[in-house]
Write a protein that binds this ligand. Structure first.
Ligand code: AMP
Length: 191
């Protein structure tokens, strides 16, 4: 079993439509805090990130926010985090989040969330990183994305083993368990 002390969570700076996404962000924050797993994330009070942070703090969890100077200047920083880190640029922030994390989870979100997730997954695929990635597939939100990846496999742009290296679950506890059991793919990236 892999030891996971800190998880990087990528998620929407908007909360999405309806209650399901908020409830999932709350459940993930509570589950991670309940297991004593720290969270590193975008550091804001906005959208699902704020919901995740509030739930984790309520459950006694540790949160490390890494935010850019520009977003900090706009007043986006969550005021109650365990650690607040302000960096110069988004690229620095992503590197820092991956440095601090043992695994990554994406909740539903927009292009920022997908971009962060893809960078973490790509680095794992190349063998530059060994920090497994997972999708919390709330209400099937990531199904079209997973179908797109299956098309990549079919068209021989992506090895099946690399596609399967993404842990997918609809419940936080199940996803955390999958990440703890995840192993790095051994198949080469090039088909
Ligand atoms: P999006 O999914 O496009 O809303 O972007 C969310 C992702 O980008 C998060 O995981 C954050 O790391 C980052 N991000 C976007 N907006 C903000 C913000 N206002 N404050 C902090 N991080 C943000």
């Amino acid at each position: 079993m892999r030891q996971i002390k800190t998880v990087a969570v990528f998620c929407g700076s908007n909360a999405g439509q309806g209650e399901d996404y908020r409830l999932a962000a709350q459940a993930l924050g509570t589950a991670l805090a309940g297991r004593g797993i720290g969270i590193v994330y975008g550091g804001t009070h906005k959208g699902l990130m704020g919901v995740l942070a509030d739930a984790a703090l309520d459950a006694g969890g540790a949160l490390h926010g890494v935010i850019t100077q520009r977003l900090f200047d706009k007043g986006h920083l969550h005021p109650s985090l365990s650690v607040q880190e302000i960096v110069a640029a988004m690229s620095v922030r992503k590197t820092r989040m991956l440095e601090l994390a043992d695994a990554c989870i994406a909740l539903p979100g927009g292009v920022g969330t997908v971009e962060e997730f893809m960078e973490a997954w790509t680095l794992n695929q190349l063998g530059d990183l060994d920090k497994p990635v997972g999708l919390l597939n709330v209400s099937g939100y990531y199904q079209p994305f997973l179908t797109f990846l299956d098309g990549m496999v079919k068209e021989r742009f992506l090895p099946q083993e690399h596609r399967d290296s993404i842990s997918v679950a609809s419940e936080p506890e199940a996803l955390i368990e999958l990440l703890m059991r995840a192993t790095a793919p051994t198949a080469p990236k090039w088909l």
